[in-house]
Design a protein. Structure first.
Length: 117
């Protein structure tokens, strides 16, 4: 089992920045990849960025150049640095951990990000 807790969301003005954190506990060794997803009202959940155990990253096209995913293995924490935020980035952001061996996905409770003037 993996337990994920997100933090760092909030209200920010357009053009501003936020850093989200996702702290993991439990069977950390079993995680093959981490991801950040988001879900806006009335829309499906979408991938924002991911990072695998080897450190390779992947971003959705609209986030490239603005968002950066990183991992601190010593703290069992994954971060999402979000710069130049836009109103359309407003959503609940969820942390995800994937365990390939058991074909399991674990999710955090989500953290609200609101971009508004």
């Amino acid at each position: 089992q993996v337990h994920l807790v997100e933090s760092g969301g909030g209200l920010v003005q357009p053009g501003g920045s936020l850093r989200l954190s996702c702290a993991a506990s439990g069977s950390i060794f079993s995680i093959n990849a981490w991801g950040w997803y988001r879900q806006a009202p009335g829309k499906e959940r979408e991938l924002v960025a991911s990072i695998n155990w080897g450190g390779s990253t992947n971003y959705a096209d609209s986030m490239k150049g603005r968002f950066t995913i990183s991992r601190d293995s010593a703290r069992n924490t994954v971060y999402l640095q979000m710069n130049n935020l836009r109103p359309e980035d407003t959503a609940v952001y969820y942390c995800n951990a994937r365990v390939v061996l058991t074909m399991s996905d674990y999710w955090g409770q989500g953290t609200q990000v609101t971009v508004s003037s």
